[in-house]
Structures are given as C-alpha cells and as structure tokens.
Write a protein that binds this ligand. Structure first.
Ligand code: ZN
Length: 215
C-alpha cells in the first residue's frame, strides 16, 4: 500500500469495514453489521489451542467477515486494523483476559516485503493501545509456505515446526503474553508461537483473534 493510499483511507469518510457503507461519525461499523454479523460469545468464542491458556475470537469467519479479513490481508486495506483491533480488544475484555504484554505471530521478512505491512502487528498495536498494554515483537519467523496454501492440520503443523524464534526473551520471561492474530483456523500457528514463547520463559500465553474459522 502506498502512503498516498493510506492517506486517502484516512481522509475519506470512514466506511464500514465489513460492508463498505459510509459510517456515521465515530461509528466503527454500520448498524446492519452490528446486528447481523456472526458475533461469538461464551464458549462458542473459544478455540482450543495447545499450549495456550485460552483463545477467544470476536466473530465467526464467514460471509462478510471472511471477505473483509481477506481484503485486509491481501488487498492492502490496512486502515481496517483500527476497527478490527477495537473488536479484538472488546473480546479480550468480554472474556476477562488479563496479560502483561501484547504480541503477534510475526511475518517472515519475505512475506512482509511482499505485503508491505504485517497485518497481525497492526492489530496487536491497536489492541495494546486500547488495553493500555505494551506491544512487543517477541518472535522472528523463518520463511515458510503460507499456511493458507496448506490443507489439514498435519501439513500446517509440519510447515511451522521450528519456524519461530524468540526475540530477547528476558523482556517477557515470567510474564503473560497475549498473542493477537486476524483468524484462528486449526490453531497451528498460535500453538507454535505459544510453544516458542513458553520454551523461552513466558509464564502463560493467551490468544485473541478477530475471527474463528470452523467449529
Ligand atoms: Zn456494515
């Protein structure tokens, strides 16, 4: 995304990140989406992710949510990190999660170069701002195939084995880390990140995502 595009996104009247309708001033989403989106609460919002204490999501990954997240990741709609981050922060509060710091599953350098922004990092920054928590890059990622190109949990797990390295673990040793991502599918990515963080000394890892696929 060019800086001009980013400015245009900021200057033009904000649109609903899920359906594109113009929004009333200060609104995050339009009234229809607020009412009709597949919101999750209680245990339906939770995904079992190995080595994490809890993983919660704001929405089910379907229909408008799926296309909005897809646009956010692949069509340079990075301004959507603001409303999406607010919704994730709300899910964290709704489920009573507390953490010492916020982080995210970093992209590899190659993927970051292709996309121009790290979509999970932007979400983590927004969540940290809303929750008043520090946001730290805790993980470095080696270049691997995109998880979205792989079918099935076994292939996804194998692709990630050893992909993440902890960065400066003394900053999070003994602390609870809240990992933020856009979508949780099998949980393979978040679980691999949690394993890396816990082996490096994190006390506990929690996760929150905008959307939850399947189940
Ligand atoms: Zn809408």
């Amino acid at each position: 995304m060019s800086s001009l595009d980013f400015l245009l996104d900021l200057l033009f009247p904000p649109k609903c990140p899920f359906c594109g309708r113009l929004l009333e001033k200060g609104a995050l989403l339009c009234r229809d989406c607020r009412r009709e989106l597949p919101w999750l609460s209680g245990t339906a919002a939770e995904t079992q992710v190995e080595l994490t204490a809890l993983c919660v999501s704001a929405l089910r990954y379907q229909d408008r949510v799926r296309s909005a997240v897809h646009a956010y990741k692949f069509r340079a709609r990075s301004a959507r990190s603001v409303p999406f981050g607010v919704l994730i922060a709300q899910a964290v509060l709704d489920h009573g999660l507390t953490a010492d710091l916020v982080s995210w599953p970093s992209l590899s350098k190659r993927r970051l170069g292709q996309r121009g922004y790290d979509q999970a990092q932007l979400l983590a920054l927004e969540v940290g701002k809303r929750l008043g928590l520090p946001v730290l890059r805790t993980l470095d990622k080696a270049d691997r195939r995109a998880q979205s190109e792989l079918e099935g949990e076994v292939a996804r797990r194998a692709n990630l084995l050893g992909a993440y390295t902890a960065l400066a673990p003394e900053r999070f040793a003994g602390k609870t880390v809240l990992l933020i991502d856009d979508v949780v599918t099998t949980g393979a990515t978040l679980s691999e990140c949690a394993k890396t963080l816990r082996l490096a000394g994190a006390k506990e890892v929690l996760c929150a995502t905008l959307a939850k696929a399947g189940g």
